[in-house]
Design a protein around this ligand. Structure first.
Ligand SMILES: NC(=O)c1ccc[n+]([C@@H]2O[C@H](COP(=O)([O-])OP(=O)(O)OC[C@H]3O[C@@H](n4cnc5c(N)ncnc54)[C@H](O)[C@@H]3O)[C@@H](O)[C@H]2O)c1
Length: 366
């Protein structure tokens, strides 16, 4: 068990790491008086049926109450109000009350949806996360942002911390290659925000990460959680330095929305977003060309700059106008100090950004 992460005077989250259920022996941190409900997806339930079965038994022994399982479809096209309504209807049908503890077992879509459901159902119930994708372990289940897509990416949501974040690294064994690779975009983003040494380290780890070497993966997960928590705890409500974490996301979210969340995984869109943002900032002389090219090379080395469908200027403009971080006509992007490479925020006019974006046809070449 790691020290508690305090996000504000009343919210804490405990984080624990396991390979599998054999070391998850004590549930005493969980309030016995609460009824537990699992939220998962058909795919996760079938890929990890034994794990879920054993976990259910453990909680039933602990609370002396039966554990219900709500199953909803995951994947980005299902992160929406219809799915939210389905979950709420199921909680109501199960006669859940404010003494229910919701445990999300799934990837980032399930944890994002669960956090939002838990913070809004009956004005808030307690919740925990058991992430099952690398994306959710290194990023989505950390920091308390949750929500769903509505007329654009993550337009509805709240910020609230889970009570417990429990990582079981063996769950990654059933994840397919594409969904596993998708997480690297956020891992590279975290490295970039920590400076050139961290980027070099990621490149050195590459082969072991690709082979899913369990020691390397556990180290990677811990380092990424520590880094994200360091950033988040300085600015839980996302008003200044937490916004550095949006690197690649302004353009990435636009790409996801433009393709109805069907063409790119979240990580693929963020990787392309980072490459295009680097090109843009270099063309606007905000960051040096060599630095932009180095970032693009790392993304390419990890095979993250695959298919890219350029968008017409009018589509870019329409999508960027919907970005939830924009202020009037201005977008905030994460850039870097030209010599120290310390991250910083820059404010750019949407028209200036679009003028540049419409010329970018290849994410690998500046
Ligand atoms: N809240 C945050 O701070 C934050 C940060 C990063 C990403 N996100 C969100 O996370 C989402 C992306 O998360 P994701 O990449 O985990 O996608 P996902 O939740 O859609 O999962 C990807 C696929 O993997 C399957 N899957 C999950 N676990 C599995 C397992 N153990 N074995 C086999 N299959 C498994 C799922 O069924 C799904 O088909 C996006 O919506 C993104 O916006 C949120």
């Amino acid at each position: 068990m790691r020290p508690q992460f305090k996000t504000s005077y009343h919210e804490t989250c405990t984080i624990s790491f396991h390979n599998n259920l054999t070391t998850f022996t004590s549930l005493k941190a969980f309030d016995k008086s609460k009824r537990v409900v699992f939220l998962t997806s058909p795919k996760v339930r079938s890929a990890q049926s034994q794990f879920i079965f054993q976990l259910k038994k453990k909680f039933e022994r602990h609370t002396k109450k039966s554990v219900d399982i709500i199953i909803i479809r995951d994947g980005e096209p299902h992160k929406n109000l219809q799915t939210y309504q389905k979950i709420i209807s199921k909680l109501v049908a199960l006669k859940c009350d404010r003494h229910t503890h919701l445990i999300a077992i799934g990837g980032g879509v399930i944890t994002d949806m669960a956090g939002f459901v838990a913070t809004t159902f009956m004005r808030g119930i307690t919740f925990s996360f058991i992430p099952t994708t690398l994306m959710a372990m290194v990023d989505a289940s950390v920091g308390g942002k949750n929500g769903l897509d509505y007329n654009g990416k993550n337009l509805i949501g709240t910020i609230a911390q889970p009570h417990h974040l429990i990582i079981f690294t063996d769950l990654l064994a059933t994840l397919n290659t594409r969904d596993y690779h998708s997480a690297w975009a956020e891992v590279i983003k975290h490295a970039l925000l920590q400076g050139p040494q961290a980027i070099k380290k990621i490149s050195r780890y590459k082969d072991r990460i690709i082979k899913r070497d369990s020691k390397t993966i556990l180290k990677l997960i811990k380092e990424n959680i520590d880094f994200k928590l360091r950033i988040v705890s300085q600015d839980v409500n996302d008003s200044h330095t937490r916004q550095w974490l949006n690197l690649g996301h302004t353009i990435g979210h636009a790409l996801e929305t433009a393709t109805d969340f069907k063409t790119y995984t979240h990580g693929e869109a963020v990787a392309l977003g980072m490459a295009l943002e680097m090109q843009l900032l270099s063309k606007l002389n905000i960051i040096p060309f060599e630095f932009a090219q180095q970032v693009i090379n790392v993304l390419d080395e990890f095979g993250l700059l695959g298919k890219f469908n350029p968008l017409p200027a009018s589509t870019w403009k329409k999508l960027l106008q919907k970005d939830k971080k924009k202020k009037g006509q201005m977008l905030t992007l994460t850039a870097f100090h030209p010599s120290t490479f310390q991250p910083k925020l820059v404010s750019l006019d949407i028209d200036e950004v679009v003028k540049c974006l419409r010329l970018l046809k290849n994410p690998k070449i500046i």
